[in-house]
Design a protein around this ligand. Structure first.
Ligand code: ITT
Length: 199
């Protein structure tokens, strides 16, 4: 079976991608399967740049086609912060959420969006990047145990529940990651031969 590496060490992302790929004849590996991977500095100014840096490094290290996701939360009242710094905003998920709610205390504009950029690298080159977004609002307190990151305080437009409360099936239909992935998959289906490496 063909396989591809997703250049992430975030087990939640791997889990979401595994479900998104369930109907495809492709095995998914991640950097959790390559514990010697040295890591990279996410020095890009945009999600697409950081996704490209990660995909390229994994493709070269693992010597197989790789894709990477750089994602984050853009909050309108904060001028788009934390954006590409979403994972570096504070040390842990609960601290990131607490800091965000504190910054938004008393703020009526709760509009936010999740953004995900996916880059695909093959034969030591980034061949394409794709972007997906989902709009929503930041709730006044965390709700739900599901998902990861900012999910408990993000309520997507059209829903009364946060990503922490919604099932993974629903999140995987409407999320920024799902939107970017659908575009990537469409591209790959046309170019499936790039994935024809065997175990
Ligand atoms: P990798 O770089 O290894 O993929 P990471 O968690 O550091 O893992 P990013 O650099 O892309 O990933 O940072 C994305 C951060 O944005 C992530 O840690 C969360 O805090 C937040 N985030 C992204 N997608 C999210 C989602 O679907 N739900 C909740 N928070 C999300």
């Amino acid at each position: 079976m063909a396989y591809i590496v997703v250049a992430t060490s975030n087990a939640h992302k791997v889990d979401e991608y595994r479900k998104l790929l369930a109907d495809q004849n492709v095995e998914l590996k991640s950097l959790l399967d390559y514990p010697g991977f040295p890591g990279v500095e996410e020095s890009g100014a945009t999600f697409a740049e950081n996704a490209s840096i990660k995909a390229l490094a994994a493709c070269k290290y693992c010597d197989v086609p790789a894709f990477a996701d750089d994602s984050g939360l853009e909050v309108e009242a904060l001028g788009g912060r934390p954006g590409v710094f979403s994972s570096r905003y504070a040390p842990t998920d609960p601290e990131r959420i607490a800091k965000l709610l504190k910054e938004l205390e008393g703020c009526e504009n709760r509009k936010a969006r999740f953004v995900c950029a996916i880059a695909i690298a093959v034969n030591g080159e980034v061949i394409e990047t794709f972007e997906g977004t989902v709009n929503g609002v930041i709730t006044s307190s965390p709700r739900g145990e599901g998902g990861f990151g900012y999910d408990p305080v993000f309520q997507p437009d059209g829903y009364d529940q946060t990503f922490g409360e919604l099932s993974q099936e629903v999140k995987n239909q409407i999320s920024h990651r799902a939107a970017a992935f659908r575009k990537a998959l469409e591209f790959v289906e046309d170019e499936m031969s790039v994935l024809d490496n065997e175990f």
